[in-house]
Design a protein around this ligand. Structure first.
Ligand SMILES: Cc1cc2nc3c(=O)[nH]c(=O)nc-3n(C[C@H](O)[C@H](O)[C@H](O)COP(=O)(O)OP(=O)(O)OC[C@H]3O[C@@H](n4cnc5c(N)ncnc54)[C@H](O)[C@@H]3O)c2cc1C
Length: 521
């Protein structure tokens, strides 16, 4: 079991999403003593519940030019510093019959003013680039969108922060703050045998949609506008690059190719922080909208649906109208001089958010140290030693750690055996990450390796994950994991996935497991 070492760190960062891990890395690289705590696992919030789109800025150019310009600049930076988790596949904006013909001119003009690169192409060129596009496509614009793996981004930032001296703990929530004389004097972390009280100099609240709750622990207030969005994962790649609809942002207008899958999103609606799931109704709505652009999508195999909550700043506007900009808030004006919150923004702009928050923290600490995250690579990809697909997959997944993971796979007796056939993950990869004190469950192992994320949704590998964890009760562990996966399967259970789930139910019944948890069918 891990114990917190820094009982009086200079900085406590709350939240292990892209923003929190980015802040921990930035501050540690500037020489600050940092402790990061995450209530669940890294990337358990919006950072793991989004499209995985590295925005070129095109989507926001017309309505939110500041956010568009930030996305354009940060997208280019991330393509340099986070190569290991980005696929620079490019993107298209396409218009369809019924869309406003005048919108393209507004779009191109707004992009030009915000510094977003565009290239207008013909409908024929668009269809050659994306053969699944509807033949009815009317106009098309190329942009510099890319696909990013947020799990590997957050994990890479956390590992890089650790290498720079930071302490990072997942499964350790901030539970309360005690304010004394205008400052936070103590923070209580964890519960039961994990509970520990610490005395940080400064607290950085990077708790995403939960930012308001964290600030309230110190009697401070952040006006948030929470907005739920749902997405569908399809087996295989329906598009070669990102495909966006050339119209004001709306439902079902983005398709993102993501490793072995395609992600379609998104919706916009009221959010409940304690129940973040996609519904069947949202799935139907997404399919209906996307079918106008990629007609074959309605017969593609849906693997699961999931949702995330956008941590937007309240400014009188709601949902898609609300700004995607961010703010770094110094709560000194509210009578808490050592609390800094970072709210709003995008995954694409997390590094900039981290830089601005770290600038404020360093000045509060009275320390010098310039930001280096725009130039120093997070996790430089390693060259694979093993020939073939397996070697290149390991190299592409784990960045700087790839050589170590690969060495373990080669040294372990069954290390190169396949553990998850959908995602081509070896037993050695599971063993390597299962040995980490960060990994407590099959879901933690999945987020670090992708095992269980593929089209069978862990039907074939749940037992291998549980056995790699050396759990006391592998059957119960596998059942818990399968039930968790079921929550995302239930809204898409039709067609090919229905057959898969029927087979899975039949096989699992032999072990006395009901992977639907007796729940929604
Ligand atoms: C549907 C949807 C689609 C999106 N698509 C994109 C996209 O394609 N591209 C893009 O750039 N952006 C996208 N975004 C926005 C992006 O996902 C978020 O802006 C970003 O991930 C926020 O990161 P974060 O680290 O600030 O918050 P989070 O990732 O939510 O992290 C906050 C963390 O704080 C933890 N936490 C909360 N309370 C505590 C506590 N008391 N103690 C310890 N930890 C705590 C939570 O568990 C959570 O892990 C999308 C968002 C949504 C919802």
């Amino acid at each position: 079991m891990r114990r917190v070492r820094s009982l009086a760190p200079e900085v406590l960062v709350v939240g292990g999403g892209a923003t929190g891990t980015g802040i921990a890395r930035d501050l540690a690289m500037r020489g600050a003593e940092v402790l990061l705590v995450e209530a669940r696992d890294l990337c358990a919030g919006a950072s793991g519940g989004n499209h995985g789109m590295l925005h070129s800025g095109g989507r926001y150019a017309v309505k939110d030019p500041v956010a568009a310009a930030e996305c354009a600049a940060e997208g280019a930076t991330l393509k340099r510093i986070a190569r290991f988790c980005i696929e620079d596949c490019g993107g298209l904006f396409v218009s369809m019959p019924g869309d406003d013909d005048a919108y393209i001119d507004r779009f191109l003009g707004s992009c030009r003013r915000a510094g977003v690169w565009t290239e207008e192409i013909t409908a024929g060129e668009a269809r050659r680039a994306e053969p699944n596009l509807s033949i009815e496509v009317r106009s098309a614009v190329r942009v510099a969108d890319a696909s990013i793996d947020p799990f590997f981004l957050a994990w890479g930032n956390a590992e890089s922060a650790r290498r720079a001296g930071a302490e990072v703990h997942n499964h350790l929530p901030l539970r309360s703050l005690r304010v004394e004389g205008g400052s936070i004097a103590e923070a209580v972390l964890g519960e039961g045998k994990d509970e520990v009280t610490i005395r940080p100099e400064i607290i950085v609240n990077a708790a995403g949609a939960w930012c308001g709750r964290t600030a309230a622990m110190a009697g401070a207030n952040i006006p948030m506008e929470l907005d739920k969005g749902s997405m569908i994962v399809f087996n295989g790649r329906a598009v070669n690059g990102l495909v966006n609809r050339l119209r004001p942002p709306s439902d079902g207008d983005i398709l993102v190719p993501h490793r072995s899958s395609t992600i379609l999103g998104t919706t916009s609606g009221p959010a409940d922080l304690d129940d973040i799931r996609a519904s069947k109704r949202e799935v139907d709505r997404l399919l209906e909208e996307a079918a106008a652009v990629i007609p074959g999508i309605t017969s593609a195999r849906m693997v699961r649906a999931y949702a995330g909550i956008r941590p937007l700043l309240s400014g009188g506007e709601h949902g898609r109208e609300a700004s995607r900009g961010f703010r770094v808030i110094d709560h000194q004006d509210e009578g808490v001089d050592n609390l800094v919150s970072v709210a709003g923004g995008k995954l694409t702009t997390y590094r900039l958010m981290a830089e601005k928050a770290s600038d404020l923290v360093m000045s509060k600490l009275g320390k010098r140290g310039a930001c280096r995250t725009m130039v120093e690579e997070i996790s430089p990809p390693a060259e694979p030693r093993t020939a073939g697909l397996q070697g290149s997959l390991i190299a592409s997944r784990y960045g700087a750690l790839a050589s170590e993971v690969e060495a373990h796979c080669r040294a372990s007796p069954l290390g190169m055996d396949e553990a998850c056939s959908c995602e081509c993950v070896t037993r050695g990869e599971l063993e390597f990450f299962a040995a980490s004190p960060d990994v407590r469950s099959s879901a933690d192992l999945m987020r670090r390796t992708r095992a269980g994320m593929g089209f069978c949704q862990a039907g074939l590998c749940a037992f291998r994950l549980a056995s790699a964890l050396e759990s006391d009760d592998p059957l119960a562990e596998a059942e818990r994991f399968l039930e968790e996966r079921w929550k995302g399967i239930a809204p898409v259970i039709r067609g090919e996935q229905l057959r898969q789930e029927a087979l899975k139910a039949h096989l699992l019944r032999c072990y006395g497991i009901d992977h639907t948890g007796g729940g929604e069918r």
